[in-house]
Write a protein that binds this ligand. Structure first.
Ligand code: MN
Length: 210
C-alpha cells in the first residue's frame, strides 16, 4: 500500500467513479471516496499531529498497536486508522473488469469452502449477518482462508489476521442505489471484485509473517 506513513493523503482510485456501473453507482463511489474516506484521513492526520510520538508508525502498525495506546487516543486511532486502511483495502480489490478467480485461487477456495459457489454463499451470509455497520472479510490464518466480520472500522489486523478480501457493508456503501437491500448490493459487488488483486493479497499473506 502506498502512502503508508503520516501525513496520509487521499490517493485517487485506480478507476473512474463511474467505472463500476451498473453494479456500484458513480455517486456512491464519489461520496465514499471523497467524503467518507477523506474524513478518516483528516481525522487520523489530526490525531497524529497532536500526538507526534505516533508519527513514525505505519498505518498497519497503528491499527495493531491501537489497543495498547492510552485510553484517550486508543479508540480514535482504531476508528480512524481502521477507516483509512479498510476503505483503501476495499477500493483496491474492486475493478470494472471483474473476472473469475484464477485456477490457483479457485483451488484454495475449493480447499477451504468446498467450491467457489459455496464460498460466495458463505461470504454473503457473513456480510448479511453484520448488525449495523461493519465489514465481511476473507482472511488468511494458519494456512487457511477464513471468513470473518468486523464491526464499525475494526480491522482483522488487530487480531494479527491477514486480510485478502473485504466488503464494506456500512449503509453509505450502497444506500443510494440499493436502498436498504444489502443482499442485492452484495450480489452486485461480486461482479466487480478484482480477483487478481485478491490473489496478490493471498500471496503476500503467505510470505509476510503475521
Ligand atoms: Mn465505507
Amino acid at each position: 500500500m502506498e502512502n503508508n506513513y503520516y501525513p496520509f493523503e487521499n490517493l485517487p482510485l485506480k478507476y473512474e467513479f463511474s467505472a463500476l456501473e451498473p453494479f456500484i453507482d458513480a455517486k456512491t463511489m464519489e461520496l465514499h471516496h471523497n467524503r467518507h474516506l477523506q474524513t478518516y484521513i483528516d481525522n487520523l492526520n489530526k490525531i497524529i499531529s497532536e500526538n507526534p510520538c505516533l508519527e513514525n508508525f505505519s498505518l498497519p502498525r497503528l491499527i495493531k498497536m491501537s489497543n495498547k495506546m492510552p485510553k484517550n487516543i486508543s479508540t480514535d486511532v482504531r476508528n480512524n486508522a481502521g477507516g483509512v486502511y479498510n476503505h483503501r483495502f476495499f477500493f483496491d480489490i474492486l475493478t470494472p473488469k471483474g473476472k473469475l478467480p484464477c485456477d490457483e485461487m479457485i483451488k484454495e477456495l475449493n480447499r477451504c469452502f468446498g467450491s467457489f459457489d459455496n464460498f460466495k454463499v458463505e461470504f454473503k451470509k457473513a456480510a448479511l449477518s453484520v448488525f449495523g455497520s461493519g465489514y465481511a472479510w476473507l482472511v488468511y490464518c494458519n494456512g487457511r482462508l477464513k471468513i470473518m466480520t468486523t464491526k464499525n472500522q475494526n480491522c482483522p489486523l488487530e487480531q494479527s489476521l491477514c486480510p485478502i478480501l473485504a466488503i464494506d457493508v456500512w449503509e453509505h456503501a450502497y444506500y443510494l442505489k440499493h436502498y436498504n437491500k444489502r443482499a442485492d448490493y452484495i450480489d452486485d459487488w461480486f461482479n466487480v471484485v478484482d480477483w487478481s488483486a485478491v490473489k496478490n493479497n493471498l500471496d503476500e499473506c503467505k510470505y509476510i509473517k503475521f
